[in-house]
Design a protein around this ligand. Sequence first.
Ligand code: NAD
Length: 485
Amino acid sequence: MNRPATTADILPHFIGGSLRPASADGARDRRNPSDPADIVARAPVGTAADVDAAVAAATVAFGAWRAQSGPARADALHRWGDAIAARADELARTMAREVGKPISEARGEVVRATVICRYYAGEAVREIGEVIPSQAADALQFTLRDPLGPVALITPWNFPLAIPLWKAAPALAFGNTIVLKPSEHSPRMAHLLAETAIASGLPAGVFNVIHGDGSTGAALVAHEQVRAVSFTGSQGVGARVAVVAAERNVRVQTEMGGKNVVIVARDADLDRAAALTAAGAMRYAGQKCTATSRVIVERPVEAAFLARLEAAMAALPLGPVDDPACAIGPLITTESKARIEHVLGANQAETLFGGKLPDDARYRVGNWFAPRVIRFGGAGEPLALTELFGPVLGVLVADDLDHALAMANATPFGLSASLFTRDLRAALGYVRRIEAGLVRVNGDTTGVDPHAPFGGTKGSSSGSREQGRAARDFYTEIRTVQIHP
Ligand code: NAD
């Protein structure tokens, strides 16, 4: 669609089961990050009135949805998974075009989206309480889990299908209704998600989508009918969201950034460590919350590891994103590119290798940014503490594993970490001492099973974990029942 958008192209909101025309005021073009001439969507900015209408629809729908049986909610989630699978190719291609995700990873995300729907269809029919012995011998005491009501989901652009769904599917499975405020950088994907919800026959008002920016998100978080807020995004925004939710005493979880670390021990399989560090740092241009952004290598293997890392990086193809071989696409926005360039320049980062785009016309338009490995001056320097959200990996050298662990833990974040070693004792010590919610040994810092709990420690997360059975703790509250004869 290489033509200027018109008002007619403005994406509608999805409220109460139907697509509602949105105001043109403040509407913005979402451009293909590989080709800014390609307008992928014209996205509206939802107003307080739009937020009101969506929350009202979710409130009205809540009574009937919570009254549905678990098996009925499971059927609905299976049908949503089917509707997503039916448009898999279009969803993956649109994701590549809208957020610059390499097509092979975009296809993987669509499959993951269907798996999430099916996993939570299973959760909807699992046991939801416990029998607890009562002090009164003839009484029956047990717990039930109740849904919370209308919940707000606020999501980033980098996993535009998987993140909305790993919040929405458990919310629905346990009987809540939803207002989703997707990222302003992935409105077309959110619109397609709404279309799949319509195609699946999800009851009206159970799932609503309001497009917009931070102002729309803020209005949603502050809305008095919203009973919980699940947020994924940057640390600064997450902190504000948590404060507003706390003031209203509604449940909140925030999943935020990271400065994820790989430690390479002197006994590591260096080929494996180099390949997985390069992939974890550079794939999708380092724009995963779990992307590796620091590598700490034990001094005796520094040179051997860095030589392998350079080769592994060179083997990762840069664009075009619709090529199945592509590993690294462009950055999401020109602002993101300018910010990373500014931070690297201001800190006089020393580049060890990478940092030059191939001399090809393809990279002269769009938000292309050359992947690079830099040397950190120390674990406490600003560059080693700041999430860049781009294909930049910083190297630190450690005298021994204790030193490496101390440096690994010296950040305000605690999302994902990996140690490469063949020493089981070292691995066990690290598993207990590393400050991270996702802890790997001999693996990549990125990627997660949708049926396993996900989240970080310290500044990376707050509230209960997402995904797997952990999601039940967020989307339900416990009722303790005692029945006497
Ligand atoms: P962002 O914080 O800019 O935006 C996230 C969402 O919050 C968007 O929908 C945005 O419109 C909304 N928002 C902005 N201001 C708001 C406000 N005042 N009130 C309510 N909502 C508001 O983040 P982003 O650029 O979209 O995503 C990148 C960030 O997300 C990175 O920091 C990355 O690490 C993080 N992330 C974390 C995880 C995780 O699970 N830990 C997963 C993916 C991304």
